[in-house]
Ligand binder design. Sequence first.
Ligand SMILES: Cc1cc2nc3c(=O)[nH]c(=O)nc-3n(C[C@H](O)[C@H](O)[C@H](O)COP(=O)(O)OP(=O)(O)OC[C@H]3O[C@@H](n4cnc5c(N)ncnc54)[C@H](O)[C@@H]3O)c2cc1C
Length: 368
Amino acid sequence: MAPQATNSAPIVVIGAGVIGLTTALSLCRAGYTNVKVIAKHMPADFETEYTSKWAGADWVPFSSRGTREMRWDLESWNELSKLARTTPGAGVHFQGKTKYYRNKDLQATELDLWFKDVVHDYKLLAKNEVPAWADWATFYRTLTIDPSIYLHWLQSTCIELGVQFKRASLAHIREAFSMVSPEPALVVNCTSLQASKLGGVEDKWLKPMLGQLVIVENDVDGIYGLSGDDDMDASLGECCYVIPRPGGGGTAIGGCSYASSSKDPDMRLAERMMKRAVSIAPGLVPKGAGIEALRVIRHQVGWRPHRENGPRVEQETISDHQFGQLHVVHAYGLGGFGFQSSYGVAAEVVDLVGSCLSAREDGSSRQI
Ligand SMILES: Cc1cc2nc3c(=O)[nH]c(=O)nc-3n(C[C@H](O)[C@H](O)[C@H](O)COP(=O)(O)OP(=O)(O)OC[C@H]3O[C@@H](n4cnc5c(N)ncnc54)[C@H](O)[C@@H]3O)c2cc1C
């Protein structure tokens, strides 16, 4: 194999969530040798605004055929699958997912998943495998990611590859250009929801979509999901999923999605979530038991970084009165799909960084 060409241009990534860390990792793998990450929160932290800590998380795309989001999901599937096969310490696993549907939510003939040939062993379950309260069900093997293991793995892999980390909370994006030496040629902005407050960016399209989970000690034999039930409060965007976390992480029970920046779990919602979880995944509790048999580790909420115009992954040159032209690549607003699209997003960032740096080199050689 030809040796990897290296590039010593100094690059700063702001943000150490799944997007910032995957971007730093992908820049290193692409040959960048001088990558720094500046972030207010690191993987050891527990702050509601640090979304990556609170994700489910599994690989079940929401993207539509032919979109860039679908490309991101696919590229990420390839990388995450490789990790699940080769790197047990990353916290990424293949697990079977059973999803139950009611005809009033969706008919089997209406389900059109572009990824059914990507995931493994996709099938419609036979009638006798579907409980009486559901009309039909699918089964496939997909990926789960335990954020409490995976974010640390990403950070330590970055450190092994030479990435330097600096803890700082920036008020303006220009600070990323002055805070480290040598001055970066380019800054990648992975600040997620906080891009709405970051000076020089102040993106007005972002809003937090609250997701709530109950993490329980109880184990179960796979991922489960449900299309709906008559108790679900539409204003809370209630849904139902159960994601086991092999490696000692317990099982995550979800969920919901609604616009809110509350930091407090809604305990009535938590009770509904746990009841649903026990009914779709009865193996969580001893036969005949109810939610009293769930051993709760914690209730948690996180804010999905929803962006009304869709995710922002693009290059921008910002004119700054102090520093002149600031070369920035933005990568934020990944909503409820930041893990499952992370490697595709990072690959696009690496391309944008390369094009921006080459355009600047061409420009300066023409001026000579
Ligand atoms: C309940 C729930 C379930 C989810 N399930 C899934 C799932 O199954 N699959 C999936 O793919 N996704 C899922 N998600 C979505 C996923 O968690 C997010 O898309 C992802 O975590 C966003 O990552 P991020 O790196 O953009 O943001 P964050 O993790 O929020 O990281 C932002 C980083 O930027 C830093 N930062 C921000 N502002 C500044 C500043 N001014 N100065 C310095 N640093 C700054 C922060 O400190 C942090 O390090 C779920 C989310 C929730 C809440």
